[in-house]
Design a protein around this ligand. Structure first.
Ligand code: UD1
Ligand code: MG
Length: 461
């Protein structure tokens, strides 16, 4: 029978070296918080109900970031070190046999496959624990692994406590371990804060287990990038870059064309279908989904939005929290601010802003308009300079325009207002009263002509 697996993720520290008000695990790489990446990898080896995250800095915010996973939490009120953080889970977990996988919340690149292999190796062998290691060209900052003649781990020495010879060791402690549960919980309280930092180092557990006659095995992985831990902003940027590179590679292998891939930013959770083209410097963020045969123009930013197939987004367009149906054309320089739905084959042109607006199939707003809290019917034409006056200084009001209407240039539509199907609004009108279907509405001063006016003016002088 397979051993039950519990996962503990240590995430209670502030992360002093980040020099930030925000807890380190809440910083983002690849568009997700560091802790979300680590929990995501962990769900590959254990159900969420067997994953415990140790929290202690900005506890509520960390819990909120992870709410959708359904994991458990343990609290470490004072940050006395990684050994102390793990101890906070003992009461809840010590009664369960099997394996305990321990990870740190600041190592977001770890793959599910590597974690699974760690578990498989530990389950197949006789060691008390197995830990993941790799060789780094520059191991500065990491704990170093002291190996015995049979490849077993004798000790982990932290950077601060290491001798010059030990500092030259390239094998580092990744901070990813798999323990036999009963041995871990039996020995964890033997960790002492007897180091220059006066912290309870989890890494001391290796020597403690060895002293008790229990072996600790090392599992060396060749792709050291997976194990990078983040302690500084520079390391955060380096890891973010790896996520970006991975994402564009994955999308290109799935049939997405990405022009100058080194310039685009595509978050991990984004989905894009085949034959879509992403132009240089585009940013596609959050949980955006894009269908087939779309084109995302240069320097456009699309966030948490859904685009159907064959949508064309022209350069410098910003789309947030909106839905766009097939074959619509948006931009250049358009802004969809949130809560919009743009219908099939609709056209939104340059300097058009939409907020909370349902824009009908085949409708057009080709230039310079603000459409807020509005419903625009199918095939209606919105002229340049049209403004929905949706806000009276206190409340927002809706504008409803029927289908196949024609709103002339520079119309000012004072909401709440209804404009019927097939109606015409004269250019430059201020519309304050409902317009029936098929009617022409004019709301502007009449033009006056004074013949010979210029000559008379000159004579007066
Ligand atoms: C740790 C390891 C080091 C390893 C490196 C890998 C120890 C003593 N050292 O060092 O051997 O090479 O990770 O990246 O374990 N945390 C708590 N409570 C605490 C302290 C830390 O929950 O009291 C959490 C932090 O939030 C963080 C994780 O533990 O997510 C690791 O802490 P960090 O301070 O980053 O340890 P490193 O110095 O990187
Ligand atoms: Mg760290």
């Amino acid at each position: 029978m397979k051993s039950p697996i519990n996962v503990v993720i240590l995430a209670a520290g502030l992360g002093t070296r980040m020099k930030s008000k925000r807890a380190k695990v809440l910083h983002r790489a690849g568009g997700l918080t560091l802790i979300e990446h680590v929990v995501h990898a962990s769900t590959g080896i254990a159900p969420a109900s067997n994953i415990t995250v140790v929290v202690g800095t900005q506890t509520e915010r960390v819990k909120a970031a992870l709410a959708h996973f359904g994991v458990r939490f343990a609290e470490q009120r004072e940050q006395k070190g990684t050994g102390h953080a793990l101890l906070m889970c003992r009461d809840a977990l010590a009664s369960q046999s099997g394996l305990v996988v321990v990870l740190y919340g600041d190592g977001p690149l770890l793959s599910r496959a590597t974690l699974q292999e760690l578990v498989d190796r530990q389950a197949a062998g006789h060691a008390a624990a197995t830990l993941i290691t790799t060789r780094l060209d520059d191991p500065t900052g990491y704990g170093r692994i002291i190996l015995g003649s049979h490849g077993e781990v004798q000790a982990i020495v932290e950077q601060k406590a290491a001798t010059p010879e030990q500092l030259a060791i390239p094998q580092i402690n990744s901070g990813i371990y798999c323990f036999r549960a009963e041995l871990l919980w039996e020995h964890i309280s033997e960790i002492r804060p007897d180091n220059p930092a006066h912290e309870y180092y989890l890494t001391d557990i290796v020597e403690i287990l060895n002293r008790g006659g229990h072996k600790v095995a090392a599992f060396e992985v060749s792709d050291s990038r997976e194990l990078l831990g983040i302690n500084t902003r520079a390391e955060l940027a380096a890891v973010d870059r790896i996520f970006r590179e991975r994402k564009v590679q994955e999308l290109m292998l799935d049939g997405v064309t990405i022009e100058k891939p080194e310039t685009v930013t595509i978050d991990c959770a984004v989905r894009i279908a085949a034959d879509t083209v992403v132009a240089p410097f585009a940013q596609i963020l959050g949980r955006t989904e894009i269908g087939e045969d779309c084109r995302i123009g240069a320097c456009s930013i699309i966030e948490n939005s859904k685009l159907a197939s064959r949508v064309e987004v022209l350069p410098f367009t910003s789309i947030a929290d909106s839905e766009v149906e097939a074959e619509a054309r948006i931009g250049p320089f358009a802004r969809l601010r949130g809560g919009n739905r743009v219908g099939t084959r609709a056209h939104i042109g340059n300097f058009v802003e939409l907020k909370n607006t349902q824009f009908g199939a085949g409708a057009k707003a080709s230039h310079l308009a603000y459409l807020g809290d509005a419903e625009i019917g199918e095939k209606t034409n919105i002229g340049a300079g049209t403004i929905t006056c949706n806000y009276d200084g206190v409340d927002k009001h809706r504008t409803r325009i029927g289908k196949e209407a024609f709103v002339g240039s520079n119309a000012t539509l004072v909401a709440p207002i209804e404009i019927g199907d097939g109606s015409y609004i004269g250019a430059g009108s201020v519309i304050t009263d409902p317009v029936p279907a098929e009617a022409l509405a004019l709301g502007r001063g009449r033009q006056v002509i004074k013949e010979g006016w210029t000559a008379k003016r000159k004579k007066k002088k």
